[in-house]
Design a protein around this ligand. Structure first.
Ligand SMILES: C[S@@+](CC[C@H](N)C(=O)[O-])C[C@H]1O[C@@H](n2cnc3c(N)ncnc32)[C@H](O)[C@@H]1O
Length: 264
């Protein structure tokens, strides 16, 4: 007699199928957090189990695209964490300019809509040193990179931006703020997956903020190791304000200020 055995997928099975389909390894992310997030979306899409949810994604490219955007959580804004940017402007950037003659190579890794690398460019411009920097900004989400390249923002991205910067560097049209060309052309945006693609080499400054908070410890360490390899001695790594490196010396880093690290 043929018994029809209906297999239900657990999260592990979903992760495997998803990896085969997209090449994105969900194992790199914190399991509980990610599974909860995916289940929330499944509920909204009325997909009762992982197998049905997977079919739904596999059969529709808009659904898959939406899911990938949903996963990458790309909240960002200009001058996010004012204290950090104050510290960079007052101490760290002048020091980098002084310690390293010539062009500074800067990498904003996981740059989302571009607010972070553009904030860095704005600060260097106010220091009169925009011509001294080369800024590469990368993200694995092509949608946010599209927005970043446009340099067009609404006010929600500028809540923390001092008024003098808005007046000096943006043109307002209706509800939109357009970043001036001089700043826009200073940042090169590239599609890049931190877990797969080779890092930007010869960096004097790396910002990787609010990105690896979602990754498991091993994945964070893998990324930190790569950063350390491409960071020049005395180069600077800036992480997000709710992130922490528990063993910086393993990566030849030491803590300068809260979330600002320097390579030995
Ligand atoms: C919360 S945003 C942070 C944006 C910006 N760094 C900030 O702090 O305002 C996280 C970004 O990391 C990107 N990201 C996540 N995983 C990534 C990966 N493996 N490789 C490259 N970018 C990744 C996401 O697409 C998202 O845009």
């Amino acid at each position: 007699m043929n018994s029809v055995f209906k297999e239900t997928w657990n999260y592990d099975k979903f992760k495997k199928a998803f990896y085969q389909k997209t090449g994105l390894n969900l194992d790199c992310y914190k399991d509980r957090q990610m599974e909860r997030r995916i289940r929330q979306l499944m509920q909204r899409k009325k997909k009762p189990d992982f197998q049905q949810f997977f079919r739904y994604l596999a059969d529709s490219s808009p659904a898959m695209e939406h899911f990938l955007n949903y996963l990458t959580i790309n909240t960002s804004e200009f001058f996010r964490d004012e204290k950090v940017y104050d510290r960079l402007k007052e101490d760290i950037f002048p020091e980098l300019l002084q310690n390293f003659p010539g062009t500074l190579t800067i990498w904003s890794a996981g740059c989302s809509v571009g607010a972070e690398p553009y904030t860095v460019a704005l600060i260097f411009d106010t220091l009169g040193s925009l011509s001294r920097v080369r800024i590469t900004a990368t993200d694995m989400d092509d949608k946010v990179l599209e927005t970043a390249r446009k340099g067009q923002y609404d006010l929600k991205y500028l809540q923390k931006t001092p008024r003098k910067y808005i007046q000096r560097y943006f043109d307002k049209e209706g509800e939109n703020y357009f970043l001036k060309e001089k700043i826009k052309k200073k940042v090169i945006f590239k599609s890049h997956n931190l877990l797969v693609d080779p890092p930007v080499s010869g960096c004097h400054l790396i910002l990787c903020r609010n990105v690896f908070i979602y990754f498991k410890q091993e994945t964070q360490e893998f990324i930190l190791k790569r950063f350390s390899e491409v960071l020049k001695p005395e180069g600077i790594l800036v992480i997000g304000s709710s992130e922490y490196i528990s063993n910086p010396d393993e990566f030849k880093l030491y803590r300068r200020y809260n979330t600002i690290y320097q390579k030995a």
